[in-house]
Design a protein around this ligand. Structure first.
Ligand code: CA
Length: 226
């Protein structure tokens, strides 16, 4: 599995990274919430180990932002307290499992593998015409061709595809994909539509296109569908 470990205590992070690597996983380590937030959206991980208490943005805030952005990567939260109230808050924020510190490494490994199996079984894949949008691996597939998507690309494509045939205003796309707090340039939507078009082209899929609707926004069209 390709894993993201978000843990600010260096000794703990090193120990876990070594153990997980020895167990055959590939592990990226992040010690800050803000960095983890961005990295989780940019790189497709199979699962995330997320420490609740971090020096800047805490694990819960990171998790909430990810889920708001449509990121569905399984998340195992690591917490020092583990009260019932805390677990409820975490689960509502979109955590898939919890582990209370201190824990046995074997338990961490077993829970991670269980999360991964569950993800496989659910196989959250959406058909968009001849394309398959695979949420777990965050790729767009056409036959035997695949294009990896970044978190934002995934959310944008998913939003457009869920409303295929409808014109979605830039403002709607901005608020759903980038969040209401986004204060960058609105043409970021156009930039990302450009990235997606490039990927559709590489997939050689003629039946799916993203049309610009002048002065309004964008519409994903699937040939043979309204
Ligand atoms: Ca910590």
């Amino acid at each position: 599995m390709k894993l993201l470990l978000v843990e600010d205590e260096e000794k703990m992070a090193r120990l876990l990274q070594r153990g997980l690597t020895e167990a055959g996983h590939q592990v990226d380590v992040c010690g800050r919430g803000e960095d983890a937030l961005e990295q989780g959206l940019q790189i497709a991980y199979d699962a995330v180990l997320l420490d609740w208490s971090l020096p800047d943005l805490d694990g819960l805030a990171v998790l909430r932002r990810w889920r708001e952005q449509g990121l569905r990567t399984p998340v195992l939260m690591l917490t020092a307290r583990g009260t019932v109230g805390e677990k409820v808050v975490g689960l509502r924020a979109g955590a898939d499992d919890f582990l209370v510190k201190p824990f046995a490494f074997e338990e961490l490994l077993a829970r991670l593998e269980a999360l991964h199996r569950r993800g496989d079984a659910q196989g959250p894949a959406q058909a968009v015409g001849p394309l398959v949008l695979d949420a777990r691996r965050r790729v767009l597939r056409h036959g035997d061709k695949e294009q990896p998507l970044t978190g934002r690309e995934f959310s944008l494509f998913s939003e457009l595809a869920s409303h295929a045939g409808e014109v979605l205003p830039r403002s709607t796309l901005l608020s759903h994909v980038w969040g209401d707090g986004f204060d960058g340039p609105p043409n970021i939507v156009d930039v990302y539509v450009g990235y997606l078009r490039g990927k559709l082209k590489k997939l050689e899929v003629a039946e799916v296109s993203i049309q610009s609707v002048r002065g309004v926004g964008f519409r994903l069209m699937v040939e043979g569908r309204g």
